[in-house]
Each structure stands twice: as structure tokens, then as C-alpha cells.
Design a protein around this ligand. Structure first.
Ligand SMILES: Cc1ncc(COP(=O)(O)O)c(C=O)c1O
Length: 355
């Protein structure tokens, strides 16, 4: 029996997905590969809510997150920061040699559309980074309201990370007007880590054309050119793409709405457990993630011991808090293939170990 992950990514990978991952290898310039990419492209577009091409990059999400900076930041980027992952984007932007400024709020807070509006009104920025679901704090920022603000700034290219919310909540890229939408394989898609998926608007392609330092591996225009022939610029992780095909079949046979409802239902179970046990939420009501719960350790329990006992007794793995929140919080994930039954099993195990 293996230890099952209920950390907020990577998450448990099913036997069905592993079987697809282990399919015999195919050449990435073969017709078989082209047929594979061509077959999964329309469902990928549906999942992204876009008519734009969807690209597959063999890297973790940060590869494309950094690549997006290199492709679309010309003048100056505004990094919306509310936790470990969104904060990091300022550092990454500067390491890419870009002018960058923080729109920082305290960890646990969400990005306020009004403050974003005020910053953009200065006219200093031509790109914005946003993390929809800040995994370190369990905060989901109000994407629609933020996108409504962004719409008023046609010269600003938006880069939106949906790494830990993608496919678990509705995110319609074209309708929201998102320019670069990025996600990773190891969160709600419940695939092994190592694949990033992204889509790019015409506005962002036009911006990319103006950038002379896009590099090669994450050059959006290389991805576009290759996707037109159902290929990727360089040798991709074919195994991931086989697994993705299997996952897309599952997603559409479950139904997207049912998938969203399942994540909402399992998240509700976790929330009820938090309240029943006298814990508090790290995120404010109305801004809580639907895919993971960041629990404030207001009872001053020994979080490390809880996690250790749960693993030893029940073979279940939870996260004991990210970075500076270690011990002050702990995080339970309900993303991926989890059901009310499996999440209830986790919560029963936690009850057992808390006693
Ligand atoms: C919201 C978010 N963005 C970005 C990342 C970075 O992803 P990766 O480690 O796959 O590059 C993570 C990882 O947990 C994340 O949760």
C-alpha cells in the first residue's frame, strides 16, 4: 500500500492514468503523434474555453510562467502578489531582466480589483501577472472582477496562472479576455508532474513578435508554428500526452459541470470538518479556494505530529504549511480524482489522529 497524497500538488495519480502514461513510445514527429495532438486539441480548447491554440510544454508550470514574462513584457510588468507563488513572480520577472513592480497584499488576502485598477491607471505597465488560486494560502482571487478591470486596459497583456484551479472551477479564457492562461499537470488534472499547458491570445502573440529576447524553449511563436502542424517545438514528454488523452476522456465522460460540482462538494466536506473541529480558515470567506483548504492552526496542535501520525497509521499525506506558514497552518487538498468517499476517508483519518 502506498502513501496517498492529499497535499495540494502533486496529487494521487490513478492506475488508469499510469497505464496510459506507460503506453509504448512513439516518435514526436510521427503521424501517430500528430494524430494524438490533433485529437486532444479540441477537448483542450474546450477545457480552456478558447478558440486559440493550446500548447504543451515539457516543464513544470514555472517554465511557461517565466517564458510568458520573456514573451510579453515589453515596458514594465505589475506582479499581483498574495502568497509564495505569486510573490515569486516579481523575482522571476527581474531575473529575466524586466522592469517589474509588486502589487503586494498580506498572505491570506486576495488581489483587490480596485487596487489593480489604480495601479494600471498610471499607464506604467504593459503586462500583469496574476495567480488565480494561491496554493500557499488557499486564497482564490476574484478572477472575473479582475478580468473586468483588465479589459479597460487594452495595451496590458494579462498572464494568469490557474495551476491549482484549472479544470476544478469554470475558467473561460476567451470570455474573460485572458491573454496567457497557464496550468500544470500535477494539480487538479491529477497527472504526474512535468507538463505545462497554456494558451495565448492574438494580443499576446502580437506582443511576443515585438520581443527580441524570447529565447527558444518557451518562445510562444515557435509553439504556434509547431502546433499548426500538430507538433511541439522540441521532443515533448510523450508519456504525459498519452496520460493527458486518457484524462481528457475521463473529464468529458464525467462532464465539466459535474467535475466542478464534485470539487465543490469535496471542498464543502473539508470546510465542515474545519468548523466541526474548532479550526479557522486562513483565507477570508468568499475568497477561499475550492481545490484546497489552508487551515489556521488556532488550536496550537502539533501539525508535524498530526501529519506524521496520519501517514504512519493511514498512509495519507497532508501538507504541514507552506514556507513561513509551516506549523501555523496545514493544507488539505481535494483536487484531482477525489470523491466525497475518498475525502471522507481522509477526514476520518484526521479525526483518528487528532484524538
Ligand atoms: C499556483 C501555483 N503556481 C505555480 C506553481 C509552480 O508550479 P511548478 O512547481 O509546477 O512549476 C505552483 C506549485 O505548486 C502553484 O501552486
Amino acid at each position: 500500500m502506498h502513501d496517498k497524497l492529499f497535499i495540494p500538488g502533486p496529487v494521487e495519480v490513478s492506475a488508469k492514468t499510469w497505464a496510459a502514461f506507460a503506453r509504448p513510445m512513439i516518435g514526436h514527429r510521427s503521424q501517430t503523434f500528430k494524430d494524438l495532438y490533433a485529437a486532444i486539441h479540441p477537448p483542450l480548447q474546450r477545457l480552456f474555453g478558447t478558440g486559440q491554440p493550446v500548447f504543451l510544454a515539457t516543464s513544470s508550470a514555472w517554465g511557461v510562467m517565466e517564458g510568458a514574462i520573456r514573451n510579453v513584457v515589453g515596458k514594465r510588468v505589475l506582479n499581483c502578489m498574495c502568497g509564495a507563488f505569486s510573490d515569486k513572480w516579481l523575482d522571476v520577472s527581474r531575473r529575466c531582466g524586466k522592469q517589474a513592480e509588486a502589487l503586494q497584499v498580506d498572505w491570506g488576502q486576495h488581489i483587490d480589483p480596485q487596487r489593480l485598477d489604480e495601479k494600471l491607471a498610471t499607464g506604467e505597465f504593459d503586462a500583469v501577472t496574476l495567480i488565480h488560486n494561491e496554493t500557499s494560502t488557499g486564497v482564490m482571487s476574484p478572477l472575473r472582477e479582475i478580468c473586468n478591470v483588465l479589459r479597460r486596459y487594452p495595451d496590458v497583456v494579462s498572464i494568469v496562472d490557474t495551476v491549482s484551479s484549472f479544470s476544478a472551477v469554470p475558467i473561460a479564457m476567451d470570455e474573460l479576455g485572458i491573454d496567457v492562461l497557464i496550468t500544470g499537470s500535477q494539480k487538479a488534472l491529477a497527472l504526474p508532474p512535468g507538463l505545462a499547458l497554456f494558451s495565448v491570445s492574438e494580443k499576446a502573440f502580437a506582443r511576443a513578435k515585438q520581443q527580441t529576447d524570447r529565447g527558444y524553449y518557451f518562445d510562444f511563436l515557435e509553439f504556434k508554428k509547431n502546433q499548426e502542424g500538430d507538433m511541439t517545438p522540441s521532443t515533448p514528454s510523450v508519456a504525459h500526452i498519452h496520460a493527458l488523452q486518457s484524462k481528457l476522456e475521463e473529464i468529458f465522460s464525467e462532464g465539466i459541470a459535474a467535475r466542478h460540482a464534485r470539487h465543490a462538494a469535496t471542498n464543502t466536506l473539508v470546510h465542515a470538518w474545519v468548523r466541526k473541529n474548532g479550526f479557522e480558515f486562513f483565507a477570508k470567506e468568499g475568497y477561499r479556494s475550492v481545490t484546497l483548504t489552508c487551515i489556521r492552526n488556532n488550536r496550537q496542535i502539533d501539525v508535524a505530529k498530526l501529519a506524521k501520525d496520519l501517514r504512519a497509521k493511514h498512509h495519507l499525506v497532508i501538507d504541514g504549511g507552506y514556507g513561513k506558514l509551516k506549523g501555523q497552518t496545514f493544507r488539505l487538498s481535494n483536487m484531482g480524482d477525489e470523491t466525497e468517499e475518498t475525502v471522507s476517508h481522509l477526514l476520518a483519518g484526521l479525526d483518528d489522529c487528532l484524538e
